[in-house]
Design a protein around this ligand. Sequence first.
Ligand SMILES: NC(=O)C1=CN([C@@H]2O[C@H](COP(=O)(O)OP(=O)(O)OC[C@H]3O[C@@H](n4cnc5c(N)ncnc54)[C@H](OP(=O)(O)O)[C@@H]3O)[C@@H](O)[C@H]2O)C=CC1
Ligand SMILES: CC(=O)C(=O)O
Ligand SMILES: [Mg+2]
Length: 760
Amino acid sequence: MANERKARAGGTAVTDQEALDFHSQGRPGKLEITPTKPMATQRDLSLAYSPGVAVPVKAIAADPATAYDYTTRGNMVAVISNGTAILGLGNLGALASKPVMEGKSVLFKRFADVDSIDLEVDTEDADTFINCVRYLGPSFGGINLEDIKAPECFIIEQKLREIMDIPVFHDDQHGTAIIATAGLINALELTGRDLKTTRLVCNGAGAAAIACVELIKSLGFAPENVIMCDTKGVIYQGRTEGMNQWKSAHAAKTDRRTLEEAMDGADVVLGLSQKGAFSEAMIRSMAPRPIIFAMANPDPEITPEEVASIRDDAIMATGRSDYPNQVNNVLCFPYMFRGALDVRASTINEEMKIAAARALASLAKEDVPDDVAAAYQGNRPRFGAQYIIPVPFDPRLISSIPVAVAKAAMESGVAQKPITDLAAYGHQLSMRRDPIASTLARIYERVRLAPKRIVFTEGEEVPMMRSALAYANQKLGTALLLGREDRMRETAAREGIDLDRPGIKLVNARISDRTGAYTDYLYARLQREGYLFRDAQRLINNDRNHFAACMVALGDADGMVTGITRNYSTALDDVRRCIDAKPGHRVIGVSIALCRGRTVLVADTAVHDMPSSEELADIAVEAAGLARRLGYVPRVAMLAYSTFGHPQGERSERVREAVKILDRRRVDFEYDGEMAADVALNMKVMEQYPFCRLSGPATVLVMPAFHSASISTKMLQELGGATIIGPLLVGLDKSVQIVSLTAKDSEIVNMAALAAYNAG
Ligand SMILES: NC(=O)C1=CN([C@@H]2O[C@H](COP(=O)(O)OP(=O)(O)OC[C@H]3O[C@@H](n4cnc5c(N)ncnc54)[C@H](OP(=O)(O)O)[C@@H]3O)[C@@H](O)[C@H]2O)C=CC1
Ligand SMILES: CC(=O)C(=O)O
Ligand SMILES: [Mg+2]
């Protein structure tokens, strides 16, 4: 069954069903287009469309370069394919390539803040393809060709490069060549090899393979030491079958004829062919300390496990993210275009490619700072056989690779808009990083290092089951699904969810031998609040929130997640009957708002209706603590409708008093107020108040009351397009997170991960 097939990914296994659900949930696919200008009033319409739009039209007609000032062109790349070589899956057509192309577009945005759109062109004919793409130049700042098979890809790319005045880059050729070269430079250094005498075999003679061999030779590999193979075996001088001019250029003078013969004694083998193309015997026959890059996707030519079972002296890389040393063009194309677009390069030349390869190679040798270690599952990697290139989540990539590319473009004379201050450029680049993705990645990695048992309280509900599965699959710990086992199994069978996989445990409250202990515990807490023993018994037997919260309170679980069947405040009341605030802390709700590359924490979005000044000060302390734990520098703005005393009012007075309380407590974070939201978030407005003690825009917004917190976050979400995570419950003695009634499985997993993270 489809859902039973599992593929390793992201350090974990994902099922086919999960992959399909991921793509179909919500708005199908992985991309949407968001306007960047308001389009709300008659005036907006007049500016954006007729008559206002005529002005930039005339400006661009008079000076085409101004298109970069008035349109999206300068930050927009098209990912274009005809689906003739989709990953290593072969020629499955333009339409079937769309998920990969959408994926590449998303990676452009996620890793380098390049806007991108996928275009699938339904033709296998090179001339027709060229004629389609050649006229698209005005729309884009660059063209990323993808998954077009050889040899047509060479003709297509070459012709488009000649006739278009923007960078045209075939990712499978050059992206792959750059990252493979980067990895190879380091692997050669680690094995003490000289590239002039190293013997290399490349299996595959298509887009990726030809480009890799060309770049490697241009680095200094001796052509006589390089053998290419394809489906017909060794490409030797004089061979006629299955040849083309690109293969002929690399035909070797050799009497070896098969891949087996070619690999015998080889120092390096590059796999850019197909799953399973390397046998154990071939690997065994290689030279000592062999370098094996099995780069076919999604399944490599040979797996690292297979290689490890034969020999322990190999440096092994694959194209996948679930093994060490991922040699994949995702490490290149986002940053290559970022640098090229930023200097408005007319093309991507050899100098830029080699600069990117060298920058990637040297990044792997640099010491890994703390915030980067998180991207490596908390294990600080050290340059060596298991770490020859950075991982795609390495946050340093965005601030280093584009700088190297831009510099090379300027030095080689193809930059039309040179950058004078490269150091400042590097700093600006780091601001383009998507902060929450890094934050979540860090949280996930920390949890993986210390996995936790999390109760998925509404275990009979499908989103809870799916998220429990994802939690277990991602190796975050044990997912304890709470519910009636027969019901859960029935639903799971219907939905194709495998509840028997490692990391999932079903907890049936009705037959649990812990109900007695939980009832005693709850009764002891509630007996002086009007509850009889049988009331406590009923709550434990009939109510999953109480049962789950007692599991956590008595140490049978590390945390819990709930919320899809009860509204937030009811679920919170249930939990609070079982769990107190941490001594010296106040329980509050903090929402994380992510909007246009900015992250702010908003508090209290869950608990205090109309906080007193003392409570506002506590909220500031709790929220600042969470900000720190998430890796943000807390700069707390105590918000009101007034700013520093104007206009006067009773509510603002309460906020002002909270600031004085924080002064008296001598807290160890920046705070100030009362201030309006624009003062807190906009440095230009803040400059009107030179005495303001915040050193930059606020990262934590403490709202004067629950209603303003709730209203503003919901408005941000609905009108501002912000992503809101939370409210996260902070300050409880045990780790509990409550999701919204409409939470999707991905949100539930995030909250479960946060519960696990907070559980210590
Ligand atoms: N890790 C990464 O970043 C990347 C990996 N790749 C992977 O490289 C592979 C090739 O992609 P691409 O170059 O775009 O595709 P192409 O269609 O352009 O080329 C495929 C090449 O592989 C050869 N080939 C196929 N099967 C075998 C085999 N069993 N033994 C020897 N040669 C074989 C073909 O030989 P023939 O010429 O005889 O038909 C052809 O030369 C794919 O698996 C792809 O996923 C590609 C790009 C990036
Ligand atoms: C990674 C990639 O682009 C491929 O395998 O085709
Ligand atoms: Mg590809």
